[in-house]
Design a binder for this molecule. Structure first.
Ligand SMILES: O=c1ccn([C@@H]2O[C@H](COP(=O)(O)OP(=O)(O)O[C@H]3O[C@H](CO)[C@@H](O)[C@H](O)[C@H]3O)[C@@H](O)[C@H]2O)c(=O)[nH]1
Length: 470
């Protein structure tokens, strides 16, 4: 192939998807691919308003490092000021109905301009249109999955859940399931929240049904996970479609020294505060970019933190800041630092951090392992319950905040004692750290030059080029 193969990459408009997707773009470009990277106008506007120094092209920094990435934006159909979180159902109704047409037009136009270059499409698995558009333009269709393979496989085999009477899931069931190919034994309470019998998630179920029909038509599927951590699940999936565990890709950006802005919020610098704390003494608390806990639970966590007497950094996003107990900031003195957002990987890498109270978003789990920080798990929605199961039950690198998981509420005394267990209790903390070292080694080795993720990425690039030439 004389000209570089060309990827058209359409990002999914949420932080937990943007971060790894940007890294996939950088990685592909570093392997000799040309990229056209696309954000929605709204995401572009949000990212660029967080960093005044960046111009209109978020990827100009990548080109400074010799990477062939061009960048553009398309409309999601709503004005910039429309509140996409508050009106999530309207937003996603329109995204399902109208956005595919915009992508179609964009892809058609881009291909016309690209002078018969060998092109292919990469989109987030959560989009429901890639197979249709790839088919129309005769493009290879690459799907990118941002969660564990176990969650993918469960969604992929929804028909089995239906046959066995486990979909839709009745509330508060705790049966064992062991028929999902490659997933082993899992309890119904660990299944994704949107499989539950609840009107409010009906529209999510509809989306999931649709996207998992679509992904069955993908030519290649990339997983932001590690082969050695999910070996059986991945090999079962590989029997169905070509799958490649290439994760976690989240750290690849080091290559460009973080020159690519991808944060949807402005970042607070915690370095100085962390430097003033002893090693392993700080609990980092964050529930990711968009999930909301109940006011009651936020209050219990706040009191639990004070009772534990631990040092802590708590990412309290602006949308939940009003839920903190009155007088909390005075009570915590210098023991606590409340910030609206930070560079999470930088914070987790700091030697002062000894534990992570997390909602178990998959990026947070991967980042915590990469930094070797044991977790206290407080999963809230979607894949987070399954991610908790991997962290606590399978890998023993974290503990549950809410044992039993049925009510999802813990009181301040329990919370405080869980924090002490992870940060101060000799035996628990040593046990978690020992297991964490093993899992961290697996993850870090996968990212080495001859590690599985690196090799799988090369294999993917090789297979893709072969298919483009065929
Ligand atoms: O102050 C902060 C807090 C978070 N992050 C980053 O934000 C991302 C958060 O991702 P994740 O931990 O996966 O949580 P969510 O934002 O909640 O991600 C959504 O997307 C994930 C991937 O699909 C799913 O696993 C989650 O359940 C879903 O809620 C991570 O890369 C963090 O490094 C920061 O940079 N600064």
């Amino acid at each position: 192939m004389r000209e570089k193969p060309h990827a058209i990459m359409i990002a999914f408009p949420y932080q937990g998807h943007i971060t790894p997707f940007v890294n996939v773009a950088l990685k592909l470009a570093s392997k000799g691919f040309a990229i056209t990277f696309v954000h929605t106008h709204h995401i572009h506007h949000t990212i660029s308003s967080c960093k005044a120094s960046h111009g209109i092209d978020l990827f100009s920094g990548a080109r400074d490092y010799g990477l062939d990435i061009s960048y553009t934006t398309i409309s999601d159909g709503f004005p910039l000021e429309f509140d996409r979180t508050l009106h999530i159902k309207d937003f996603w109704d329109a995204m399902s109905r109208d956005f595919p047409g915009r992508v179609d037009e964009f892809v058609g136009h881009t291909l016309k301009q690209s002078r018969n270059r060998a092109s292919f499409l990469i989109a987030d698995t959560f989009y429901s249109w890639p197979a249709t558009i790839a088919n129309k333009y005769n493009l290879i269709n690459v799907s990118f999955w941002t969660q564990p393979a176990a969650v993918f496989s469960t969604n992929y085999h929804l028909d089995m859940l239906v046959e066995n009477g486990h979909f839709p899931l009745k509330d508060n069931t705790n049966e064992e399931i062991n028929y999902i190919p490659g997933v082993g034994s899992v309890r119904t309470r660990d299944l994704m929240s949107y499989l539950k019998e609840d009107e409010s998630v009906k529209f999510v179920q509809k989306v999931i049904f649709k996207v998992f029909n679509e992904v069955k038509k993908a030519d290649f599927i990339l997983f932001n996970t590690v082969q050695e951590l999910e070996t059986e699940t991945l090999s079962a999936l590989n029997q169905k479609q070509p799958t490649y565990a290439v994760g976690p890709v989240n750290f690849f950006e080091n290559l460009t020294k973080n020159a690519i802005s991808k944060s949807l919020r402005s970042v607070s610098d915690c370095t100085e505060w962390l430097e003033s704390k002893p090693p392993g003494s700080v609990l980092y608390v964050s529930f990711g970019s968009h999930v909301k806990s109940s006011e009651q639970m936020i209050q219990e966590i706040a009191h639990g933190l004070i009772l534990s007497e631990a040092n802590f950094i708590w990412v309290v996003r602006n949308d939940i800041a009003n839920l903190l107990p009155r007088g909390f900031q005075d009570e915590m003195h210098d023991k606590g630092l409340i910030i609206p957002w930070c560079d999470q990987i930088t914070v987790l890498s700091d030697p002062a951090v000894g534990g992570f109270l997390t909602h178990c978003g998959w990026n947070s789990v991967m980042e915590s392992i990469w930094c070797g920080v044991p977790m206290i798990c407080y999963p809230l929605y979607t894949d987070q319950t399954m991610n908790r199961k991997l962290v606590v039950d399978d890998w023993n690198i974290g503990i549950d905040l809410c044992d039993g998981m049925t009510t999802l509420v813990a009181d301040r005394i329990t919370i405080s004692s869980k924090i002490k267990l992870v940060l101060n209790d000799e035996s628990t903390s040593r046990g978690l750290k020992q297991e964490m070292e093993k899992v961290k080694l697996v993850l870090n080795s996968a990212l080495e030059k001859d590690g599985s993720s690196e090799k799988n990425f090369d294999l993917f690039a090789h297979d893709l080029k072969a298919k483009l030439l065929a």
